[in-house]
Write a protein that binds this ligand. Structure first.
Ligand code: GAF
Length: 388
């Protein structure tokens, strides 16, 4: 845990508002071990929260004004009143994630009277645009902050995650699923989370002893709102309609083999990724529980190939990163792209002693198209959002 983040936010708070903050909360980013683009199909995912997070230090006000400072954006400030309609801004985007959650919380309150105004400072260390859910960690942190107020009815972690997701879907305009927010709200130290994104059941699965989680940044940035994410989602919904089911979660490989031939080839490939990925998540949770990193390696390799060939969300530099790491770790662990796609990070689950060989291979063999070297983070699975 990076306590200097909280200290920095507290210093900025004092300088901006002239008195100390009284509440401190945090919400982590996440890395997804397996189960990509399955969440909005009512499917299964296996992410874990990570030790990079968004911290908010705050002080409730007696009136209904909001003053929100972003310590990572030159202490820029966003000010508004809770009594006027909350508008979406053209920029900056960070302000919209806060506004979106506040807007959602106001909708939940009859007459919007439960919320008090707030002075707050936000600081974070989740790499941005890297597929590690910096935005979900911000929205979940804002929910956690309001939940911590003694006179506000607290939200449970799943409820907080769903409020954060709705803020992103309806206010910010990104049609993301619920994986990132649930991971941030419900993380368990040293465990991945098997999440059923339809029933919202969350089952912690221990990270095998002696295994390290490596997150490797490709330095190809991606933007969820602008990317082909929404197109993929629409293709999945079209495939579900073809099978006359609510979501692709309700289709298995046998059904796909029987009736999938009537789909156009692209939609068929999209559906095949989602359906096979759900099966891999179940197998991966079993492999993790059994401490079987080799099996995890096979499943992660199959997941990456499916994202590359069927869902078509990888890019050459990411495929190269995966190949380099796989070459260094051999069959003893796994590696795949993680997150929404088109850049961002790869994740590897490897015996601890293979971290250094993988790091050396990356230094030797990887350069992003702009010449940047990969950045390696070795992480532990972290606890979810809460008060500090
Ligand atoms: C992004 C989205 F926000 C998630 O909901 C999920 O769909 C993921 O991409 C792909 O698995 O992180």
């Amino acid at each position: 845990m990076n306590d200097s983040l909280t200290a920095r936010a507290a210093d900025v708070f004092l300088a901006a508002f002239g008195q100390p903050a009284t509440i401190r909360v945090q919400a982590p980013g996440r890395v997804n071990l397996i189960g990509e683009h399955t969440d909005y199909n009512g499917g299964l995912v296996l992410p874990c929260a990570i030790g990079y997070r968004t911290v908010i230090v705050a002080r409730p006000r007696t009136d209904r004004r909001m003053r929100v400072v972003a310590a990572d954006y030159d202490d820029a400030i966003d000010e508004y009143a809770l009594d006027a309609p909350i508008e979406r801004l053209a920029a900056p985007m960070w302000a919209n994630y806060v506004r979106g959650v506040v807007h959602e919380l106001l909708q939940r309150e009859p007459g919007g009277q439960g919320l008090r105004g707030m002075d707050m400072v936000i600081a974070g260390d989740v790499p941005q645009g890297a597929g590690l859910s910096s935005s979900a960690s911000l929205s979940v942190a804002v929910c956690t902050l309001f939940s911590a107020l003694p006179d506000y009815p607290g939200l449970g972690p799943i409820e907080a995650a769903l409020v954060a997701q709705r803020a992103e879907n309806d206010f910010v305009g990104c049609k993301c699923g619920n994986m990132d927010q649930i991971s941030s709200a419900c993380g368990v130290q040293d465990h991945a989370l098997l999440i059923d994104c339809r029933s919202l059941e969350v089952s912690p699965v221990p990270i095998p002893a002696g295994a390290a989680i490596m997150i490797v940044e490709s330095h190809i940035t991606r933007g969820l709102v602008d990317s082909a994410y929404n197109t993929r989602r629409a293709q999945c919904e079209e495939a579900a309609r073809h099978f006359s089911v609510p979501a692709l979660r309700d289709v298995d490989l046998a059904m796909l083999a029987e009736k999938g031939g009537e789909l156009d080839p692209v939609t068929l490939r999209r559906a095949r990724h989602v359906i096979s990925e759900n099966e891999r998540v179940v197998a991966a949770a079993q492999a993790m529980a059994a401490g079987d990193l080799e099996r995890m390696g096979e499943l992660m390799a199959a997941s990456h190939a499916s994202m590359r060939d069927d869902f078509e969300i990888t890019v050459p530099a990411i495929d190269r990163l995966v190949d380099i790491i796989k070459g260094a770790i051999g069959p003893a662990g796994g590696v795949r792209m993680t997150g929404g796609g088109f850049g961002g990070c790869v994740v590897a689950l490897v015996p601890e002693e293979l971290v250094e060989p993988a790091r050396q291979a990356l230094t030797r063999d990887y350069r992003a198209p702009n010449g940047a070297q990969a950045t390696v983070h070795v992480c532990r699975a972290a606890a979810g959002a809460g008060r500090l």
